[in-house]
Design a protein around this ligand. Structure first.
Ligand SMILES: [Zn+2]
Length: 377
């Protein structure tokens, strides 16, 4: 009998979520347009909108003139600052957090240096941080927490992280004890992948691959707006594709992984070997050496991308790395990917070289927003 009573309430909740998703997507709309787009009755939409107005979540912008006779449309919009969410990114020896509004605009952010070698200590520190954020932002929807390595999001479990030196750590239970807000645990690169699709306005019905180069290299396929994690959470771990057999030793124990060839520490080391004090930005003082290393790095990435294209056939590949500022790098990525993949596949894959880097903490906050809009069954 309980289920019958629950039905209409659940339906109403899920309709509210659909309205939120649509309003986040289009930013400005009207009751009539919402009803039409979502195939809901005008009465259902009006009840939801009246409720949101009462809660102060949305505002009426005013009437718009319509040619046809009938009631004038009143434009409505979300008040994004009323629904903030937070993202906390953990990387080796630092924590970076941000609080964003419902449209992913950053309201506040901070980077803290800390010792990340002991999981128990770090989780205690994260619990304090989460409580501080919750008290400072009482309307917070939830907090997304990101880590490098193999993370099981529903289980809130870290299987392995070579960057943190952690293995088999329960991330969620110790945080749950201290934080009442909804929490979402993810891999950092996978959270940034979610953000990349929104940032570039890529079509949600397609699949897109995002690749991030920083201390390590990670990536993820985003399909129908969701991150594909694979059956044991390692889908998209492109940093460990072997591109050079017998190449440099990787943190994973094997040799010649992409990460050992073109990550930030790898490029730094290659430059230092040629000329101590040389950085990849100073092309003026040693243009030949820098461009040579960047071209080689681009070639490795191009090879890796051709494999991603053939395996997954995404509509686009988003490359988020510091080397994008070097034209020789981008040129080498494109030309090697083109010569290594099937011509037809390459021609149907859009490459995006991001000019500015995405903040995974911003992606973690977005993951919380998207979680809040998910259907309840
Ligand atoms: Zn490796």
């Amino acid at each position: 009998m309980k289920a019958i009573g629950k039905g209409p309430a659940l339906l109403r909740l899920n309709n509210q979520k659909r309205v939120m998703t649509q309003m986040r997507k289009v930013r400005v709309t009207s009751r009539q347009d919402l009803a039409q787009t979502l195939s809901l009755s005008k009465n259902t939409v009006s009840l939801i909108i009246d409720d949101f107005l009462e809660q102060g979540l949305i505002e009426e912008l005013g009437p718009v003139s319509v040619a046809a006779a009938g009631r004038p449309k009143i434009e409505i919009a979300l008040r994004p600052q009323k629904l903030p969410s937070a993202g906390v990114m953990v990387e080796r020896n630092f924590i970076h957090w941000c609080v964003c509004d419902y449209f992913s605009t950053i309201i506040a952010e901070k980077t803290l240096r800390t010792d990340t070698s002991q999981p128990a200590n770090l989780l205690a520190e994260l619990a304090v941080l989460c409580r501080e954020l919750a008290s400072k932002y009482p309307d917070l929807l939830g907090i997304g927490l990101g880590f490098p390595g193999i993370v099981d999001p529903p289980g809130g479990w870290m299987h392995f992280s070579s960057h943190l030196g952690w293995q088999d750590v329960d991330l969620l239970t110790p945080l749950r004890k201290h934080v009442r807000l909804p929490l979402r645990i993810m891999n950092n690169a996978k959270a940034a992948a979610l953000l990349s699709v929104q940032h570039l306005g890529l079509a949600a019905e397609n699949s897109h691959f995002y690749l991030r180069i920083s201390e390590g290299i990670g990536g993820a396929l985003v399909q129908h707006g969701e991150v594909y994690t694979g059956s044991s959470w390692t889908a998209g771990e492109v940093g460990h594709l072997i591109l050079q057999p017998n190449g440099p030793r990787c943190s994973c124990g094997r040799q010649g992984c992409l990460e050992t060839l073109i990550s930030q520490p790898a490029i730094k080391q290659q430059l230092a070997q040629r000329d101590p004090g040389l950085t990849w930005q100073n092309r003026d003082s040693a243009p030949r050496v820098v461009n040579e290393i960047m071209t080689q790095a681009g070639g490795f990435l191009g090879k890796a991308l051709s494999q991603i294209m053939l395996l997954l056939n995404p509509a686009s590949i988003v490359i988020d790395c510091p080397w994008n500022a070097n034209p020789e790098f981008c040129e080498a990525v494109s030309s090697v990917a083109e010569s290594s993949a099937l011509r037809f596949t390459f021609q149907h894959t859009q490459l995006h070289f991001l000019p500015t880097r995405l903040d995974p903490a911003n992606g973690l906050a977005l993951a919380v927003i998207e979680q809040s809009e998910q259907y309840v069954r």
